[in-house]
Design a protein around this ligand. Structure first.
Ligand code: COA
Length: 159
């Protein structure tokens, strides 16, 4: 089924917080030691009828756009690609020079997904999750596919 996109608005925030809680363990996310809350971010939601099937949030700073969260609830149907393409388009419109994001060492799917869409690995932060866990104890010790969840990996795309 084809999904539509719409910009996140203030009225979506309770739902986004709940969505993060269900998918990422809490109402905030941490990347490179920074805590991100939904109300400080821009983003889009993908939906079928009234049902959320995906979301992307991002943060503009100087010449960069950081993708903070990306989720697709119906994988393999183009939702993730549509959301990332939208964020890139928004970053270009804002005059950003770079789009970047942090993912984790266990997220082999995301590492493949982003690289196939033009992102390159740019940095590896060994043990970064140990620090994040002090702020967000809900981060599991074991991640996807039974892989120990330890490190942050940064990917970027120059626009
Ligand atoms: C990473 C993630 C966002 C990808 O979302 P997705 O909706 O599955 O992405 P897409 O459907 O656009 O693309 C996935 C694959 O499906 C394929 N696909 C897309 N539409 C398709 C269709 N209509 N028919 C068949 N295959 C299709 C794509 O070609 C793609 O394969 P490729 O990567 O080998 O090119 C999703 O797996 C996810 O939410 N993961 C958990 C959260 C996460 O890890 N987020 C990123 C953290 S930084």
């Amino acid at each position: 089924m084809a999904s539509d996109l719409r910009r996140l608005t203030e009225s979506d925030l309770p739902r986004l917080r709940q969505f993060w809680k269900e998918n990422w363990g809490d109402e905030f996310v941490i990347a490179h030691g920074v805590i991100y809350y939904p109300d400080t971010l821009d983003g889009f939601v993908a939906f079928d009828d009234d049902e959320w099937v995906g979301e992307i949030t991002y943060y503009f700073s100087e010449n960069d756009c950081e993708i903070v969260s990306l989720d697709s609830l119906h994988e393999g149907q183009g939702i993730g690609t549509m959301l990332v393409d939208k964020a890139i388009k928004e970053a270009r419109a804002k005059g950003c020079q770079r789009v970047f994001l942090i993912t984790t060492n266990d997220n082999l799917n995301a590492l493949g997904f982003y690289q196939k869409r033009g992102f390159e690995l740019v940095a590896f932060h060994r043990g970064a999750l140990n620090e994040s866990r002090k702020i967000k104890p809900s981060i599991p010790l074991i991640g996807n596919d039974g892989i120990p969840l330890r490190d942050e990996i940064e990917l970027e795309m120059w626009l």
